[in-house]
Ligand binder design. Sequence first.
Ligand code: APR
Length: 399
Amino acid sequence: MSRDTTVVVIGAGPAGVSLANFLRRSGVDCVVLEARDREYVEGRQRAGVIDHRAEQIFGEFGLAGLVGGGAPLETFLEIRVEGVPRLIDGPGLAGGRPSRLVPQQLLVRRLIGAYLEDGGDLRFDARDVTPHDLDGDRPRVTYRDADGVERELTCSYVAGCDGFHGVSRRSIPEGALTTYSFDHGIGWYTVLADSPAPRYPLMAVSRHGFAAQFARGPHASRFYLQYRAGEDPRRWPDEFTWEQLRLRLGDDGLPGGAITGREVVDMRSFVAEPMSYGKMFLVGDAAHIITPMGAKGMNLAVADAYLLARAIVAAERDGDRSGLAGYSEACLRRTWDYQEFSRWYAEMVHEAGDESEPFRRRLALARLDRLFRSPTAGAAFADLMAGTEVSPGRWPAPR
Ligand code: APR
């Protein structure tokens, strides 16, 4: 049966543009359909870390230099407890595997550039994207192009890379998916400020609430402040924000500066199982949402994209469909592993400062202390930070 392309990729976020590059560089053609325009997609600002494992994946496709070029390598992480600093050498504890700080918009911009330079087909402003016939041999995707003309693409596979709110997951019949949602009960107020970058990424445990500070270039910082349920921290006067940061970071001399961005992040998790239905394969946020603790969201998306690309290449080139059959299980194993890591991490740094739960607070402090006292515990933490093996092995999902 003829087809317009092998894979229709829905969405050009980190998942979609990673997948499109991996496929193209493996000789499999695809068309990417993105709802928004290029400027919007490339300008969407989000913090990002490419862990060592994800960088290796990009390396397999000759993209590591492009993706990581000029981006700072991870060295130490500072965890400050009630003003007392401690440093963790994550890359060292992981056997020399540093991650890289790459803002998401930079990753997306670079990957879109590489894909288009390679002659890739990416259609922006694609409206009303709708997958059809997912359980047959020849799925189709219809959409309206930038000029409002109705279009249709036939293909062999549809890759749902359109994020949590996209159409892909919704196009799978209800009943075929089991979903898990969890609200961690933690909210962060994120501010961008003209305040000098910290020497190392900094997490601060404090009885005034959790706070963190990350570099955003040499002269600016992104700060995170835990806020209490029911509060709207965007109403906090800037002076109060600075006062809270000085208290929580235990740094009276923290220089204030203009606050240039304010956002609220509520920590939640979501997983849809399985990550495939017929010819539809979900990738990245379309299948799972993870909290920012541990910075695994983008890395999960890259690992999913890698496993799917590899599975499609094996099926198309060698007629080996085992990768496609095992795609969901392989991705879910990593997803749950990282969900657990992210929850463990979040619980530790938030509860270690929470005086309203004294017993849990002591447990969290003990957990934190163990990272510094036990090289084995430190190495286990660092291994997750660097990124675990991307294994396509089978995983018996609990039922
Ligand atoms: N049709 C076409 N494109 C769509 C549609 C649709 N119906 N709905 C959404 N999109 C596009 C969005 O405009 C966006 O460009 O799909 C893309 C999805 O990108 P992301 O939401 O960034 O999701 P993903 O690529 O899976 O990236 C995961 O992003 O949210 C962070 O922390 C998360 O790091 C993780 C990463």
